[in-house]
Ligand binder design. Structure first.
Ligand SMILES: Cc1cn([C@H]2C[C@H](O)[C@@H](COP(=O)(O)OP(=O)(O)O[C@H]3O[C@@H](C)C(=O)[C@@H](O)[C@H]3O)O2)c(=O)[nH]c1=O
Length: 194
């Protein structure tokens, strides 16, 4: 598994090995042991899978508040998407900063989005599937969002027109309009090991 830092401390890009042969490839898409060896001992309890039919479908930016905060390990099952994490931990040296990476079936990259970060993505091809592991269960009462186009964040989404949004996402507040439920508690254990 290749492990690379992104421009945002704590957010890590993982690329599990693919064993190719005449049939195609085989890959361990997640190994708890391998992750723990790399300092990322996360307890994932739920897997999510969604399909976005149209290019330019944007879901986000989402997070769950404590006590049901979620770390997520995100990959693309089919197609291509641009995946974004935003640090929303009050007092963090990188509060309000974002990072975006392309995840595709082809490149096999996975993005680790820790607790305290909002997550979103936009699809770059029709019929794109995202698959991600979550470290806590869905808790609708703790579900929250931030506007994808919050000017204070200035996310450079690769869009050629208006995105396809849910009504909920179209009405999300700006980061400055919410009281982030997360406080910075120092560097994450894996920050210097990636
Ligand atoms: C997220 C979620 C939704 N649902 C239901 C609620 C609703 O009826 C339907 C669609 O939910 P949403 O519109 O919130 O789905 P979506 O906009 O795809 O939400 C997801 O977006 C990405 C960016 C994330 O990071 C995820 O954590 C999640 O928030 O699915 C669950 O049953 N379990 C879940 O874990």
């Amino acid at each position: 598994m290749e492990i690379a830092e992104t421009g945002l401390p704590g957010v890590v890009l993982l690329t599990p090995r693919r064993f190719g042969d005449a049939r195609g490839f085989f890959s361990e898409s997640w190994s708890q042991r391998r992750m723990a060896e790399a300092g990322m001992a996360l307890d994932f309890v739920q897997d999510n899978h969604s399909l976005s039919a149209q290019t330019g479908t944007l879901r986000g930016l989402h997070f769950q508040s404590p006590p049901h905060a979620q770390a997520k390990l995100v990959r693309c099952g089919r197609g291509r998407l641009y995946d974004v994490a935003v640090d929303i931990r009050r007092g963090s040296p990188s509060f309000g900063r974002w990072v975006g990476v392309e995840l595709s079936f082809e490149n096999g990259h996975q993005l680790l989005v820790p607790e305290g970060f909002a997550h979103g993505f936009v699809t770059l091809e029709p019929d794109t599937e995202i698959v991600y592991k979550c470290s806590d269960y869905y808790a609708p009462d703790c579900d929250a969002g931030i506007a994808w186009d919050d000017p204070d964040l200035g996310i450079d989404w690769p869009l050629s027109g208006a995105p396809v949004l849910s009504d909920k996402d179209a009405a999300a507040p700006r980061l400055s309009q919410i009281d982030s439920p997360f406080a910075y508690e120092g560097p994450l254990p894996w920050e210097d090991r990636a």
